[in-house]
Write a protein that binds this ligand. Sequence first.
Ligand code: PEP
Length: 250
Amino acid sequence: MRRKIVAGNWKMNTTPAEGKALIGELLSKIADVPAGVEVIVSTPFTHLVPAAEQLSGSRIALSAQNCANKESGAYTGEISAKMVAATGAQYVILGHSERREYYGETDAILLEKTKLALENGLAPIFCIGEKLEERESNIHFDVVKTQIEAVVCQLSSEELSKVVLAYEPVWAIGTGKTATSEQAQEMHAYIRSVLAVKFGKQAEEVAILYGGSAKPGNAPELFSQPDVDGGLIGGASLVADDFIAIAKSF
Ligand code: PEP
């Protein structure tokens, strides 16, 4: 049985006080989520220390949304994987399309980040996915394959066992356009087949989340697909009732 995971990506939203209130609401409702479902929240960096304290002893895990591709030193404005781990966060989102697109994060940079995250005990939630024009040109499988081979296939199988993957078609992120459950299933199965070339049967154990305009209304159908192991949720993770409803959708 693979893990079932619902992770919220708050992006650049909420002040620390608003984040504290949102976590408070999630903690008050988390008992409604079946015990087998892992729930993660990814807050801005500024919230991590108090959020770790607030979540301590609960079943909600904590994630950062990024970390540096350098270990330490003269990199003004950066936050290292070691610093993130020291906050008490257990996960870090890496390779999100917004980081790839707006901050020029290449596969090479993402491999450095992924390695540093793992070395510092953080579990990467590694995002992959094609842009609209890539799907329309029918190269979406090749794009995703390249993203996986450049980073995930460079890891050892022990490292892979810590990684969660998130397939996020860029055209579905924040657009209200969700992939159909058939499109999600088709790509998730393909991702598993790419992993299997290097990792064999271990590919069956990797949790692959879907991300892109997932909502309480569409999550049950998406999560019912055999290779969809949960969701990475942006907008809907900022509304406690919606996020909890999604986590109850398996
Ligand atoms: C995301 O940014 O990871 C995401 C899936 O966003 P949304 O749910 O808002 O499309």
